[in-house]
Ligand binder design. Structure first.
Ligand code: SAH
Ligand code: SF4
Ligand code: F3S
Length: 446
């Protein structure tokens, strides 16, 4: 007689809900990896989870409100499932620390941006000891522990080259929740990139709050362009993107490198924030309207096929109609392919939050709408220039709206919906563009 022993490993289930920018998406990918290494299965169904982690953002009031809304929704679940663990990580956690417990009693732990490596230890403490409300929110100025994550797409790998920010733009909370700027040594960045390229990733996205100030504080004397050149020496086909550079640190040498290196995508996201020199000064941005426009002119002259995008805030304290018209004028002149536009939102502890001359919400809304309308027109015109052209597209997968259709991106970061029976996910394909809408191009693989 034969005995068959079936060994069944019971995986616990975890859901991670992510708000905020790419840095958070990146951190969530690392948290997933840490949990998988600790026998958790990652699922999307909160009703079927033993652990729910919310990775939070606090860059604007709305972002913080969304988090509290989601936490409110989880209260009933926690009442029904006594052993459910709920954790809050990310920038709101870093900002509010154990204050979160005053508002939301059913949260079990609050973990700062620098402390995600502590998750296994923390879960053990919660499970084995009768503790409520753990708070780890320290060490903000250290480099985080290295974790190789898997990214959902398996095509684009995001790599943080700097953490934190020293710029202290007067509206912005990021320096307070992400700590001082520190850079990852060049050899570590290269190792990480090689790791992902060896796994078959086709696009490397370098991340930092101010990528082009890379290198400060490192033992070796290197800057952002040295890093880019070193990465481009890797002898494989891949695309290289980065976000976000700061206009003040955008050197001529950087323009040269972008122009000369085929691997670097011809797309620059260059946040302007405001078009008026007076407002830029109040924001502590370190450049004038004219300097920004001159920089754009230099970039366009050197790299004629460049695509440009930006971030803009409307309704900063004391922004007059004339000041706003300067922003409108810059969007008119530069012809960005895309802009991310926001109404100014007060962040507690930042200098702008207590400035006199706060602008009415209705006025902010009206300014934002004017700008959105202008940008939509510009985006459409920019996209129409692609009709009839043949472009290289990296295919990403089915579109969320219609899984029959596949989409990918051009080197200039334009989304292309592909009409084709071939799927070619993760491959570079040649595509002929036959139509253009405001936010997307339509093409056929040739
Ligand atoms: N480090 C990046 C962006 C960080 S935050 C950079 O400097 O470009 C992303 C964007 O959010 C900013 O570019 C800015 O446009 C916007 N933002 C930041 N704080 C804001 C606030 N208090 N109100 C409205 N928008 C804000
Ligand atoms: Fe915020 Fe300015 Fe730093 Fe960007 S550069 S993260 S806007 S302080
Ligand atoms: Fe990003 Fe929001 Fe933090 S924009 S850095 S997740 S405050």
């Amino acid at each position: 007689m034969q005995n068959i022993f079936a060994i069944k490993i019971m995986f616990k289930k975890a859901t991670i809900i992510t708000y905020g920018c790419q840095m958070n998406v990146n951190d969530s990918a690392k948290v997933k990896k840490i949990l998988e290494n600790n026998n958790y299965e990652i699922v999307n169904d909160i009703n079927n989870s033993n652990l729910i982690i919310i990775n939070t953002c606090t860059v604007r009031e709305g972002a913080a409100e969304k988090v509290y809304g989601k936490l409110g929704e989880l209260k009933h679940l926690k009442l029904r499932k006594k052993n459910l663990i709920i954790g809050v990580i990310g920038c709101l956690a870093q900002e509010k620390k154990d204050e979160i417990y005053k508002k939301v009693r059913h949260v079990d732990f609050v973990l700062g941006n620098q402390n995600i490596g502590k998750i296994p230890q923390l879960l053990e403490t919660i499970e084995n000891e009768d503790v409520k409300h753990i708070n780890y929110t320290y060490d903000e100025d250290k480099l985080p522990d290295k974790v190789y994550a898997d990214f959902d797409s398996k095509i684009t790998a995001y790599i943080s080259i700097t953490y934190g920010c020293n710029n202290f733009c007067t509206y912005c909370i990021v320096p307070y929740v992400r700590g001082r700027e520190r850079s990852v040594p060049i050899n570590e960045v290269i190792d990480e990139i090689n790791h992902y390229l060896d796994k078959g990733y086709k696009e490397i996205y370098l991340l930092g709050q101010n990528v082009n100030s890379y290198g400060k504080g490192l033992d070796e004397n290197v800057n952002f362009t040295d890093l880019l050149k070193e990465i481009c020496k890797i002898d494989k086909k891949f695309r290289l993107r980065f976000m976000s550079p700061h206009p003040r640190d955008f050197t001529d040498e950087l323009i040269e490198v972008i122009k000369n290196e085929d691997k670097i995508c011809k797309n620059i996201h260059l946040p302007i924030q405001a078009g008026s020199t007076d407002v830029l000064k109040m924001m502590n941005r370190g450049y004038t309207k004219e300097e920004y426009l001159y920089l754009i002119e230099k970039i366009k002259n050197k790299i004629p096929d460049i695509s440009l995008s930006t971030d803009i805030i409307v309704g900063f304290p004391n922004e007059t109609d004339n000041n706003f018209n300067d922003t409108f004028d810059v969007v008119e002149q530069v012809e960005f392919d895309n802009s991310y536009m926001f109404m100014y939102s007060k962040r507690q502890g930042t200098p702008a939050a207590t400035m006199d001359g706060q602008i009415d919400e209705s006025e902010k809304k009206a300014r934002l709408q004017k700008l959105i309308d202008l940008q939509a027109k510009k985006s459409k015109l920019q996209n129409e220039k692609y009709i009839g052209k043949i472009v290289e597209v990296l295919v990403e997968g089915p579109t969320p709206k219609n899984p029959e259709n596949y989409s990918g991106r051009t080197d200039e970061n334009k989304i292309v919906i592909l009409k084709s029976d071939q799927k070619n996910v993760g491959e570079f394909v040649k595509v002929k563009i036959y139509d253009a809408k405001t936010w997307t191009l339509y093409g056929k693989i040739i």
